[in-house]
Design a protein around this ligand. Structure first.
Ligand code: SAM
Ligand code: DTB
Ligand code: SF4
Length: 336
C-alpha cells in the first residue's frame, strides 16, 4: 500500500521538530498514524534477525555498549565466526520467519583482510533467499563498494544521538566520521539503515536533533532503528533511569512523520517494554522489529512471545516470496 502523495522533506528545523514532540499525544499519534497508513499496510511488520559475527573486545568507547573493551561487562569475546555457523544461523532465522539477516561485528571498522570472508557470508546468506544486512563500524568507499558488489542489501550505521550530545557518549569517532560512512554506503548503492539510541540521559532537544539529522540527509535511510538503551552492567550507563515510555512513543511518532516512507524499527529495548507499549509503538508508525531471543549480546523477547503478540494485535509479518513458504510452515507448526 503506497501513496505517492506524501512529500518527503529534508529541511526540518529543530523548532518544527520540537513542536511535533510537544503536541498533545492524541494529536501526534493521529498525525503519525495517518501518515503511516498512507504509506504502509498498518498491520504488517517486517522482521529482521540479528547475529553477532564478532563479539566483544571493541576498541571504541561507546558508553552504552557491553562490547567495548574499556568496560568490564563480563562479556566473552569471540573471533570472527566461521562461514558454516553463520549459514546455519541464517537458515534457522529463515525458518522462524525473518526476512532479513543482520550480521554485526564489534569493530571500529573492518580490516581489508576480513573483506573476502565477509563477502562469502553475504553470498551464502543471500542464496538462502534472505535480505542481507551488516553493521561493522566505519566503512571506506572502497569497502562499501566491495560489500555492495557481493550483494549486501543494507548497511547499518547509526548516528546514535544529536551532534550536541554525541561527545557525552562517544569520543573515539566523530559525528562527521559517521556521516561520511553513511555517504559511502549511499554512494555504493546499498540501502541505508541508520537510526539511534534513546534513553541515554539526553534531552528531548537531542532526540529532536537526532531525527532532524536523519531526515535532513539527502535521502532518507530506508530503515530507521530506534533503540532504547539496554543499560548493561559494567558500562558507564549501567545505572541510567529508564526513559518515560510515552516519550519513547513520541520519538517513534515523530520519526514516522519526518521519514514517511522509511521502515521505523522498534529495535533494542523491547524486552523491557510491555505488550501495550509495543502496540502503541506499532500504532505510532513502527513497522519493523528484531526477532529472536538475542539481539547482539543482550536478551530480546522469544520468537513465540512475539508471534503471540502479533496474533493479539492482528499483525502479519511482511514476507518476501522466498520466506512465504517457510512462514506458512511455521504458522502451521505454531497452531498444531
Ligand atoms: N560496532 C558497530 C557500530 O558501532 O557501528 C556495529 C554494532 S553496534 C552494537 C550497533 C548499534 O547498536 C549502536 O550504534 C547502538 O545504537 C546500538 N546499541 C549498542 N549497544 C546498545 C545498548 N546497550 N542498548 C541499545 N542499543 C545499543
Ligand atoms: C541497531 O540499531 N540495533 C541493533 C543493530 N542495529 C545492530 C543492535 C542492538 C544492540 C543491543 C545491545 C546488544 O545486544 O549487544
Ligand atoms: Fe564497538 Fe559498536 Fe559497541 Fe561502539 S557500539 S563499542 S563501535 S561494538
Amino acid at each position: 500500500m503506497s501513496n505517492t502523495q506524501t512529500q518527503t522533506r529534508h529541511d526540518w528545523s529543530v523548532e518544527e521538530v520540537m513542536a511535533m514532540f510537544n503536541l498533545p499525544l492524541n494529536d501526534l499519534l493521529f498525525k503519525a498514524h495517518t501518515i503511516h497508513r498512507e504509506n504502509f499496510d498498518p498491520n504488517q511488520v517486517q522482521v529482521s534477525q540479528l547475529l553477532s559475527i564478532k563479539t566483544g573486545a571493541c576498541p571504541e568507547d561507546c558508553t552504552y555498549c557491553p562490547q567495548s573493551s574499556r568496560y568490564d561487562t563480563g562479556l566473552e569475546r569471540e573471533r570472527l565466526m566461521e562461514l558454516e555457523r553463520v549459514v546455519a544461523e541464517a537458515k534457522a532465522a529463515k525458518e522462524t520467519g525473518a526476512t532479513r539477516f543482520c550480521m554485526g561485528a564489534a569493530w571500529r571498522s573492518p580490516k581489508n583482510k576480513d573483506i573476502p570472508h565477509l563477502e562469502s557470508m553475504i553470498r551464502e546468506v543471500k542464496s538462502l533467499g534472505l535480505e542481507t544486512c551488516m553493521t561493522l563500524g566505519m566503512l571506506s568507499g572502497e569497502q562499501a563498494s566491495k560489500l555492495a558488489d557481493a550483494g549486501l542489501d543494507y548497511y547499518n550505521h547509526n548516528l546514535d544521538t544529536s551532534p550536541e550530545y554525541y561527545g557525552e557518549i562517544i569520543t573515539t569517532r566523530t559525528y562527521s566520521d559517521r556521516l561520511e560512512t553513511l555517504q559511502n554506503v549511499r554512494d555504493s548503492g546499498m540501502k541505508v539503515c541508520a537510526g539511534g539510541i534513546v534513553g541515554l540521559g539526553e534531552e528531548q532537544t537531542d532526540r529532536a536533533g537526532l531525527l532532524r539529522q536523519l531526515a535532513n540527509l539527502p535521502m532518507h535511510p530506508e530503515s530507521v532503528p530506534i533503540n532504547q538503551l539496554v543499560a548493561c552492567a559494567g558500562t558507564p550507563l549501567e545505572g541510567q533511569d529508564v526513559m518515560d515510555p510515552i516519550e519513547f512513543i513520541r520519538t517513534i511518532a515523530v520519526a514516522r512523520i519526518m521519514m514517511p516512507k522509511s521502515y521505523v524499527r522498534l529495535s533494542a529495548g523491547r524486552e523491557a517494554m510491555s505488550d501495550e507499549m509495543q502496540a502503541m509503538a506499532f500504532f505510532a508508525g513502527a513497522n519493523s522489529i528484531f526477532y529472536g531471543e538475542k539481539l547482539l549480546t543482550t536478551p530480546n523477547p522469544e520468537a513465540n512471545e512475539d508471534l503471540a503478540l502479533f496474533e493479539r494485535l492482528g499483525i502479519n509479518r511482511s514476507e518476501t516470496t522466498e520466506t512465504k513458504a517457510a512462514n506458512t510452515y511455521f504458522d502451521a507448526m505454531a497452531s498444531a
